[in-house]
Every structure is written in C-alpha cells, then in structure tokens.
Design a binder for this molecule. Sequence first.
Ligand code: FES
Ligand code: FES
Length: 159
Amino acid sequence: MQLKITINGEPVSRDVEPRQLLVHYIRETPGLTGTHWGCDTSNCGACVVLMDGQPVKSCTILAAMCEGHEIRTVESLESDGRLDPVQLGFHEHHALHCGFCTPGMLMTTRALLDENPNPSDEEIRVAISGAICRCTGYKNIVSAVRWAADHEAATRQEA
Ligand code: FES
Ligand code: FES
C-alpha cells in the first residue's frame, strides 16, 4: 500500500507492506536511525517517537495507522545547531552511557515538558517508567529532566 506520513515536518511517501511497523518505516524510509529498535515487545521504550505530540512506542504501531499524522523523531530536537534543553540536560547531568535508551528517553521527556513544564521528580519518574535504561541508572536521568525544565523556565522568563 502507498503511504504518506509527515516525519519531522517533511512528507515521506513509500509503498509498504500493511504489516510494517512504524519503527521500521522511520528507520528504513527516511533513514532516521536515531529511533532505536530494542525489544519489539513494548518493554524497553527505545523506540519512542511523538505522534501528534504524544509519546508512542513505534514498535507497537503499524506505519499504516500513521497516515495523516505528524511523527516527530529524536533527529528533530536539534535545530540550526542548537540543542533542545532536554539534550543539554542529558549532557549536563551525564544521563547517558551507551546511549541506546537515550532517543526514547529524550522524546518521552520532551513530551512531558511540553505538557507539564514544571514536573515534580515523581512525575518525571512516572513519565519515564515505560523506558528501560540498563547502564546509566535513573537518578541522573531525573536530574537531567529537572535541569531541562528549569532551563526552559529561565529561557521563557528572559524572552
Ligand atoms: Fe519498542 Fe522496545 S523496541 S518498546
Ligand atoms: Fe545505556 Fe540507557 S544509557 S541503556
């Protein structure tokens, strides 16, 4: 079937099998391999992207279900050489080691801060509870999200 999905603001068209998962469509069609495929069982969260602003596990969605929707991947966070505050926060707080979980963590936390600009640590932990990090540990990740929230708030006040 012919499918057209908007990914990071660009329309992407391809003839796909109806059974193709969104994670494979994203990685193979526009070649955006920042979205990781970790488990295929909806457990790890490495494949999280935003669908119309909401975080979704792209291994649980058929690409065919996304026609007419806006998909946003981790590649969209940096713009004109400027990193998103969540990326800066992960850098500032050493919130990644191997980096495999990081794209999903970044997109999950981007969606959290878009909806709740000042989350509590508990709310941050709940938001990332669908994602598994096997090497960094969650303390630094929570600190990174906290830093991003504070940084965004300060930026808004300066504007
Ligand atoms: Fe989607 Fe693990 S690859 S949750
Ligand atoms: Fe290695 Fe999270 S940084 S799994």
